[in-house]
Design a protein around this ligand. Structure first.
Ligand code: PGA
Length: 267
């Protein structure tokens, strides 16, 4: 039996004061449940959120980090820094870090997009570093609309899983949470149909199984993410291969987020 994980990715929202307030509200609303719940505030808000979550059932994650431990890397944040700030989870390879957005962004010309240059290779470096640091990684994979339309989604997702997890032994891989996030469904209000989300989460599990064996695949957790909200959570979360959700927009206030946690409890 896999424990579902509901993770709130606050993206570039909520500075320290707002993060502490929302974390406290979510902490107060999550009871003992058989569901793992965590929130991922911006780096600068981690410490404030950690204080607000202390003693609660809600975990804390960062949205990214840099794989080197220290050094001349201006603007970067290491695994030990996010750990010291209270995070025990970290999101790796989110499509927005890969420069892949569900809606075209004005002013995001190719030279600007290069600033979001996460690749499968950097995902892999970060995954190794996160596991070595004792963090629980949530690795995001998923296709753009153009990739889906040309029939490339399944192959591309399998390739992202294989390249992202390259070189991990079975024990490390067992600590990895994979999030299937179709890029076209992120922040767009478009949700992947539950049966299609199920098909791709199962596909990811099978790919994982090809690397680590069927018993390991049966234990691995695969989330769905992309416009998850209270209204569609129950149907998505009741799919046999969907083990929770990575939630963006609907994680930004407790009234939207807590019903998703409840849907996971009831699924
Ligand atoms: P969304 O974002 O729920 O706002 O679509 C999900 C994500 O990017 O993790």
């Amino acid at each position: 039996m896999r424990t579902p994980v509901i993770a709130g990715n606050w993206k570039m929202n909520h500075g320290p004061a707002a993060a502490a307030a929302l974390a406290a509200e979510i902490a107060a609303g999550v009871e003992e449940s058989g569901v793992e719940v965590l929130v991922c505030p911006p780096f600068v808000s981690l410490t404030a959120a950690a204080a607000a979550l202390q003693g609660s059932r809600v975990g804390l994650g960062a949205q990214d980090f840099f794989w080197r431990e220290s050094g001349a890397y201006t603007g970067q944040i290491s695994s030990s820094m996010i750990r010291e700030a209270g995070a025990t989870y970290v999101i790796i390879g989110h499509s927005e870090r890969r420069g892949r957005f569900g809606v075209p962004e004005e002013g995001f010309t190719p030279d600007v997009l290069a600033l979001f240059g996460e690749t499968d290779a950097t995902v892999n470096l970060k995954l190794h570093a996160a596991l070595a640091a004792g963090l629980t990684p949530i690795v995001c994979v998923g296709e753009t609309l153009a990739e889906r339309r040309r029939g490339d989604a399944d192959r591309l997702i399998a390739a992202q899983v294989a390249a992202g997890l390259r070189g991990l032994d079975a024990s490390d891989a067992s600590r990895v949470i994979i999030a299937y996030e179709p890029v076209w469904a992120i922040g767009t209000g478009e949700t992947c149909a539950p049966d299609e989300a199920q098909r791709l989460c199962e596909w990811i599990r099978n790919e994982y199984g090809a690397m680590y064996g069927s018993a390991a695949a049966e234990a691995a957790r695969v989330q769905y993410g992309g416009s998850v909200k209270a209204a569609n959570a129950a149907e998505l979360l009741s799919q046999p291969d969907i083990d929770g959700a990575l939630v963006g927009g609907a994680s930004l206030n407790a009234a939207d987020f807590l019903p998703i946690v409840r849907a996971a409890q009831e699924a």
